[in-house]
Ligand binder design. Structure first.
Ligand code: ZN
Length: 345
């Protein structure tokens, strides 16, 4: 079938995104075609648009990992869904048959891919995905809110629950409250009984972080977050740091952690090569943990909490998909608190 999409024919700045008519293959065995109603932006969209060295692009390429829509057609043998179902799409695609996949560690699958990064994504009126990636949309959410859930909540859940093994009563520091992952991590931390400290740059963003449940908000433009973490924990430091900023923020996050604390990193928007004094790691026995995405199974758990209203997506604004270039510029300028979502008419 033919459908309309925002495509890129080369990597580069936001203006490489253009509206185009594309030819979409019919869904194959155990695949599902979705009429996309909303697709949320993630930093991975920015990286993939600028060009990732490990990705072999199949131009025209479509970005977009976080998708909500309606099932439009089923391929042969597709299970678990019917035409017309309202769904959200798990952004991680894996083989489903290897030892890692069957152990719930699908992010370690040799064929693990993220929609819109190393496979065609959801910046389109239609997309074809494996049936295993389709989950029912929580009824209490609009399509635009539902699209804002999967990637950031999966990432934050994996960091706090599986990597940091957060326990009730512990204190966490969530870097840069306004990001999608951080707005999810603040809520998950509170839900699990932690005390949540977070950093941000303006009074307005601080108020929004408090509304999400943050106990203490540190303004990193006027305060030293390491000193504040020490002050707020009787000099002990925090049990867990949720980090995705990189650069000096990563270096200082190790100092903000308590002895034996965990620093979990899932990204580096400001710099990939921070300087680390290893004495601060080994002598203080700080654990540095890498994390990326999360398992398909965990998204079922997350969506249950979302359906119960215990976790909620944070949407900064909704824009028409045809304004994707402008939406990218907003994200790059760090103007948003929470997710920027593209609606697909
Ligand atoms: Zn696998």
């Amino acid at each position: 079938m033919q459908t309309e999409a925002m495509v890129m024919r080369r990597t580069g700045e936001a203006d490489v995104l253009e509206r185009a008519t594309i030819e979409l293959p019919d869904p194959g065995p155990r695949e599902v075609r979705i009429r996309v109603h909303a697709v949320a932006l993630n930093h991975i969209d920015i990286w993939a648009r600028r060009g990732l060295p490990h990705v072999r692009y199949d131009f025209p390429h479509r970005l977009g990992a976080d998708i909500a829509g309606e099932v439009d057609a089923l391929g042969p043998g597709a299970r678990g869904v019917a035409v017309g179902d309202a769904v959200v799409v798990n952004p991680g695609v894996s083989c489903g048959a290897c030892e890692q996949c069957l152990s719930g560690k699908d992010t370690f699958c040799r064929s693990y891919r993220i929609l819109g990064e190393n496979t065609q994504g959801g910046y389109s009126r239609h997309i074809v995905v494996p049936d295993a990636n389709v989950l029912p949309k929580p009824k209490n959410l609009s399509f635009t809110d539902a699209a804002a859930v999967p990637l950031c909540f999966l990432t934050a859940w994996n960091m706090l629950v599986n990597k940091a093994e957060l326990r009730a009563g512990q204190t966490i520091l969530v870097q840069a409250a306004g990001s999608g992952v951080s707005s999810a991590a603040i809520q998950i931390g509170k839900m699990l009984g932690a005390r949540v400290l977070t950093t941000t740059s303006t009074d307005e963003k601080a108020a929004r972080a408090r509304a999400l449940g943050a106990d203490e908000v540190i303004n990193y433009t006027t305060q030293d977050f390491v000193a504040e973490c020490k002050r707020l924990t009787n000099k002990r430091g925090v049990d867990v740091v949720i980090e995705h900023v990189g650069g000096d923020v990563f270096t200082k996050s190790i100092l903000a952690a308590a002895w034996g604390g965990r620093v979990v990193t899932c990204g580096a928007t400001t710099g990939f090569s921070p300087t680390v004094d290893l004495r601060h790691v080994f002598f203080r026995q700080v654990e540095v943990l890498g994390s990326t995405m999360g398992s398909k199974g965990d998204l079922f758990t997350i969506l249950r909490f979302v359906a119960e209203g215990k976790l909620r997506p944070v949407v900064d604004r909704v824009m028409p998909i045809w304004e994707a270039a402008e939406a990218h510029r907003l994200l790059e300028a760090r103007k948003a608190f929470g997710k920027v979502v593209l609606s697909v008419d």
